[in-house]
Write a protein of this length. Structure first.
Length: 216
């Protein structure tokens, strides 16, 4: 029989979320609310979306990380596309954009993390038949991947809170709060990476399927 006392990063992560249920719910509402807000803005101002999509298309044609990703997806290999997506989202999307800034400046990753949902909303707003076709299956990607970033933002928020207000959070000094924030973020990353892995596999499969459908 499996012991219940065995350490589990998933159990620890869920325990952190449950212990901080209110900020977790608020971050979810704000995050997905910003996606919706971006979609509404793009629907009201279509030229803004056109410029953003044109910029992304230009990057995909150059010597950029986006261009490399486009080539991987164009190859039609779901495993390779999933791996590339997971690496980009985990390293650049979660760690470098949210967690690392939080280790240097309290709450910085918390603020930066909310830029992504706005960009998602602006670029994915279903203002054309092609975007409408893409958004339906891609909504699940946004939900799962977004949840990974929500958890990362929660970690950033807790880290900043425990450093800025250690006494009210039960810590003697900001150094104790910083150490506790670091531990909490490490524990949260098991769940973050698991969510990003699931999102990457699904995104690779659905995007490549859509690409094949649009070519036919």
């Amino acid at each position: 029989m499996e012991s219940r006392t065995e350490p589990s990063i998933f159990r620890n992560a869920i325990a952190i979320i449950r212990a901080n249920g209110r900020p977790y719910v608020v971050i979810n509402i704000v995050y997905y609310g910003l996606v919706l807000w971006g979609m509404i803005v793009a629907a009201l101002f279509p030229p803004l979306q056109h410029r953003l999509l044109a910029g992304l298309h230009a990057q995909a044609q150059g010597k950029t990380l986006l261009a490399l990703g486009a080539k991987v997806y164009a190859s039609g290999s779901v495993p390779l596309a999933a791996l590339a997506t997971f690496l980009v989202n985990s390293v650049a999307g979660a760690f470098a954009s949210i967690t690392l800034p939080s280790a240097l400046i309290p709450f910085s990753g918390f603020v930066v993390g909310f830029c992504r949902p706005v960009i998602w909303g602006l670029t994915l707003s279903p203002t054309s038949p092609k975007l409408q076709l893409a958004l339906l299956p891609h909504s699940l990607t946004l939900l799962i991947e977004g949840q990974a970033y929500v958890v990362a933002i929660l970690g950033s928020y807790l880290w900043g809170k425990w450093v800025a207000r250690p006494g009210s959070s039960g810590f003697a000094t900001w150094k104790h709060g910083y150490a506790a924030g670091l531990r909490a973020n490490v524990q949260l990353y098991g769940l973050i990476l698991a969510l990003l892995a699931v999102a990457a596999i699904y995104e690779a499969a659905e995007v490549i399927a859509l690409m094949r459908l649009m070519r036919n």
